[in-house]
Design a protein around this ligand. Structure first.
Ligand code: ADP
Ligand code: MG
Length: 231
C-alpha cells in the first residue's frame, strides 16, 4: 500500500484545529472539576469515590496526552528557523523515546551513516519526528524493532522510520493526518496531524507503505540544504 499523503486540504485543517484543541483540553478539565465537587460531598460511598477518582485521572491523562502530541504548534513563540543536522536531531529524538521503547519491549535502532541538513524550527521538527516514532512504537503490541535511518539522494534527504508493528489498511493510511482519527483507547488522533503539518511547512513529502501484520514505513523526504547556505 502506497500513498502520497501530503495535500493542502489536510493542511488547511491544521489551522482550524489550533482553535479546537484549546476546546479539547477544556472538556476534560471541566469534567475533572465536576467530579472533584462530587467527591467533596459528605455522603459519597467508597465505591463512588473510587469511580470519580478514576474518571478524574483518566481525564487528566487525556488532557496531558493532547498537550504532549500538540505542544509545539500551540507554542506562543514565533518559529526560529535554523539549519538542522538530521543526525543530531535523530539522536536527540531517540534519547527522548528510548525508555518508552524499552517499556514496550521495542528495540530502537538508529542508522546514521549519512548526514544532511534541513531548514526548520528545531522544536517543531523534533515534535513531528517524536509523534511518528511514538506511533511506530505503539503499533508493536508484542515488542519489535523500530529503525530510524537516513538515505541521501542527489538533492534530497529522506528520513525513514520503519516499524514491525500491526500495520494499517489503505483506509487507515488515507485518514492519517486528519484530526481525531485514532484506533487507540487513549489516542488523541492529533499526533500525525501535527507531524504532517510541520513536515509540510518544511517542504517535506511523506510516503507511507504499510502491510497489515508486518509493519509500516514512513519515508519523509526533504530538500537538503548546504549547512553554510544563508537562511
Ligand atoms: P493517536 O496516536 O493518538 O491515535 P495519531 O494521529 O498519532 O493519533 O495516529 C492516528 C492513527 O494512525 C493511530 O491511532 C493508528 O491507528 C494509526 N497509525 C499511525 N502510525 C501508525 C503506525 N506506525 N502503525 C500502525 N498504525 C499507525
Ligand atoms: Mg500518535
Amino acid at each position: 500500500l502506497r500513498k502520497e499523503l501530503i495535500d493542502s486540504e489536510k493542511m488547511k485543517v491544521a489551522s482550524i484545529i489550533s482553535a479546537s484543541v484549546a476546546h479539547e483540553i477544556r472538556n476534560p478539565l471541566t469534567a475533572v472539576r465536576g467530579f472533584i465537587q462530587l467527591l467533596a460531598a459528605a455522603n459519597v460511598s467508597a465505591d463512588k469515590k473510587q469511580m470519580y477518582s478514576k474518571v478524574c485521572l483518566d481525564e487528566l491523562d487525556r488532557a496531558q496526552q493532547i498537550i504532549t502530541d500538540y505542544l509545539c504548534l500551540a507554542r506562543p513563540h514565533p518559529d526560529v528557523i535554523e539549519h538542522l543536522s538530521l543526525k543530531e536531531e535523530i539522536i536527540y529524538v531517540s534519547s527522548v523515546l528510548v525508555s518508552y521503547a524499552n517499556l514496550k519491549g521495542v528495540e530502537l535502532q538508529v542508522q546514521l551513516e549519512e548526514n544532511a541538513y534541513v531548514t526548520g524550527d528545531r522544536q517543531k521538527f523534533r515534535q513531528s519526528i517524536i509523534n511518528l516514532v511514538k506511533n511506530g512504537i505503539e503499533a508493536m503490541d508484542f515488542g519489535g524493532k523500530l529503525v530510524v535511518s537516513l538515505e541521501k539522494q542527489s538533492e534530497d534527504i529522506s528520513l525513514i522510520i520503519t516499524d514491525s508493528g500491526k500495520g494499517m489498511t489503505l483506509e487507515q493510511i488515507n485518514r492519517l493526518g486528519t484530526p481525531y482519527f485514532s484506533t487507540k483507547d487513549k489516542g488523541t488522533g492529533l499526533g500525525t496531524m501535527v507531524a504532517f503539518s510541520i513536515i509540510k511547512s518544511m517542504m517535506g513529502k511523506i510516503k507511507v507503505e504499510s502491510q497489515l501484520g508486518k509493519g509500516t514505513v514512513y519515508k519523509i523526504t526533504f530538500p537538503a540544504v548546504a549547512q553554510t547556505k544563508a537562511i
